[in-house]
Design a protein around this ligand. Structure first.
Ligand SMILES: NC(=O)c1ccc[n+]([C@@H]2O[C@H](COP(=O)([O-])OP(=O)(O)OC[C@H]3O[C@@H](n4cnc5c(N)ncnc54)[C@H](O)[C@@H]3O)[C@@H](O)[C@H]2O)c1
Ligand SMILES: O=C(O)C[C@H](O)C(=O)O
Length: 347
C-alpha cells in the first residue's frame, strides 16, 4: 500500500514535469543536475516543502537551511528513496555552504501571522530576515532564481531587489514573489462553486499578495461558468482575497497556511525548474518586476524559461468589476513596494 502510494505520487510529479505542450520529458537520470536550497526549511512551510521537493525528480541536490532544526528534517527527508541528495545546514556560519551552487533558492523563512494581524504587521521582523538571506544569496549564488514566500511578499520582493542591486547582482528575470497559493485557492473555490472538475480549472490572479491587492480574474477563468451572478463573483473574489486570513483564524494562533503553501511553493518551484531546463510554454502567475502597470512590481502571468522570466504577460481583457479592483489595489501595493525599497536602502 505504501509502495503503491509512493509510486503514484512520484509518477504524478514525473508526469507534471513533462506536461507542457509536446515538450521534452526527462527521466530522473537524464534531467540536468539542479541544486535547490530551501531557507527556513525546518518551519511550518519549510518541512512539507522539503518533502515535496525531495519527491521532485528534477532536483538532484536538496539543501535545507534554517537557524535551528535542520539536521532532523534533513535526516528524515534524506531517507526517501528519490533522486536528490539531501544535506541539512544550520546556523549563519553554514549559510554559504547551503547556497553555493544553487540553481533555485526558495525562501519561506520568517514569522507567520496570528489572528488580528495583517501581513504588513510581519514587516518589522521579516524584512530584516529577508535582507540578511538575500545578502548571502548575492554572495554565494548570485545567478540563482529566487522564489520569495516570506511575507509581506509585496515588500519582501522589493527588499530583495534592492539588496541585489546594491551587490551588483540584480537580474529582474530571476526574482519571483510566490503568489501561487492565491491561484490554487481561486481554482479550488471557483471549481467548487461551478461544480467543475478542479483539475481542468484555471484562474489567473494578478496584483500582489495581501488583501485587496490579490485580484483574481474570474472573467478569464477556464472553463467559463456563465451562470454566476455578480454577487457570486464578488463572494468568490473576497474569499480568494481572504483565504490566508481564513486559515490564520482556523489555526487560532498556531500560524498560517503551511500545507497548501508548501503545495503551491512546490508547484511554482517545479515550473521554475522546467523553465531552466528549457521546457517550453511554462506559464505561472508571479509577483515580478513589471511594466504591466505603473508600479515597478506586479503579479501577472509570466512565461518561464532558461533565464527565469522569459516574458511578463499582460492582463488581458478585464471586466468593469476587475477594472475597479485594479484601480483600488494600486495605492496599497505602491505603498508596500515603497516601504520595502526604503527599508532596504536605509540600513
Ligand atoms: N507567499 C505566500 O503565499 C505565503 C503563504 C503562507 C505563509 N507565508 C509566509 O511564509 C513565512 C513562513 O511561514 P511558516 O508558517 O513556515 O512559519 P514558521 O515560523 O513555521 O517557520 C519559519 C521558519 O523560518 C526560520 N527562520 C527564521 N529566521 C530565519 C533565518 N534568518 N534564516 C533561516 N531561517 C529562518 C524559523 O527558524 C522557522 O523554522 C511567513 O512569513 C508567512 O507569512 C507566505
Ligand atoms: O495569510 C497569511 O498570512 C499567509 C499567506 O500569505 C497566505 O496567503 O496564506
Amino acid at each position: 500500500m505504501r509502495t503503491a502510494m509512493l509510486k503514484s505520487i512520484r509518477s504524478s510529479l514525473q508526469k507534471s514535469s513533462s506536461t507542457a505542450a509536446g515538450c521534452r520529458s526527462y527521466s530522473s537520470e537524464s534531467a540536468p543536475e539542479r541544486k535547490v536550497a530551501i531557507l527556513g526549511a525546518a518551519g511550518g512551510i519549510g518541512q512539507p516543502l522539503s518533502l515535496l521537493m525531495k519527491l521532485n525528480p528534477l532536483v538532484s541536490s536538496l539543501s535545507l537551511y534554517d537557524i535551528a532544526g535542520t539536521p532532523g528534517v534533513a535526516a528524515d527527508v534524506s531517507h526517501i528513496n528519490t533522486r536528490s541528495e539531501v544535506v541539512g545546514y544550520m546556523g549563519d556560519e553554514n549559510l554559504g555552504k547551503a547556497l553555493e551552487g544553487a540553481d533555485l533558492v526558495i525562501i519561506p523563512a520568517g514569522v507567520p501571522r496570528k489572528p488580528g494581524m495583517t501581513r504588513d504587521d510581519l514587516f518589522n521582523i521579516n524584512a530584516g530576515i529577508v535582507k540578511g538571506l538575500c545578502t548571502a544569496i548575492a554572495k554565494y549564488c548570485p545567478h540563482a532564481l529566487v522564489n520569495m514566500i516570506s511575507n509581506p511578499v509585496n515588500s519582501t520582493v522589493p527588499i530583495a531587489s534592492e539588496v541585489f542591486k546594491k551587490a551588483g547582482t540584480y537580474d529582474e528575470k530571476r526574482l519571483f514573489g510566490v503568489t501561487t497559493l492565491d491561484v490554487v485557492r481561486a481554482k479550488t473555490f471557483y471549481a467548487g462553486k461551478a461544480k467543475a472538475p478542479v483539475a481542468g480549472v484555471n484562474v489567473p490572479v494578478v496584483g500582489g499578495h495581501a488583501g485587496i491587492t490579490i485580484l483574481p480574474l474570474f472573467s478569464q477563468a477556464t472553463p467559463q461558468a456563465n451562470n454566476f451572478s455578480d454577487e457570486e463573483i464578488v463572494a468568490l473574489t473576497k474569499r480568494t482575497q481572504d483565504g490566508g486570513t481564513e486559515v490564520v483564524e482556523a489555526k487560532a494562533g498556531k500560524g498560517s497556511a503551511t500545507l497548501s503553501m508548501a503545495y503551491a511553493g512546490a508547484i511554482f518551484a517545479d515550473a521554475c525548474l522546467k523553465g531552466l531546463n528549457g521546457v517550453p510554454d511554462v506559464v505561472e502567475c508571479s509577483f515580478v518586476q513589471s511594466n504591466v502597470t505603473e508600479l515597478p512590481f506586479f503579479a501577472s502571468k509570466v512565461r518561464l524559461g532558461k533565464n527565469g522570466v522569459e516574458e511578463v504577460l499582460g492582463l488581458g481583457p478585464l471586466n468593469d468589476y476587475e477594472k475597479q479592483g485594479l484601480e483600488a489595489l494600486l495605492p496599497e501595493l505602491k505603498s508596500s513596494i515603497e516601504k520595502g525599497i526604503t527599508f532596504a536602502n536605509k540600513s
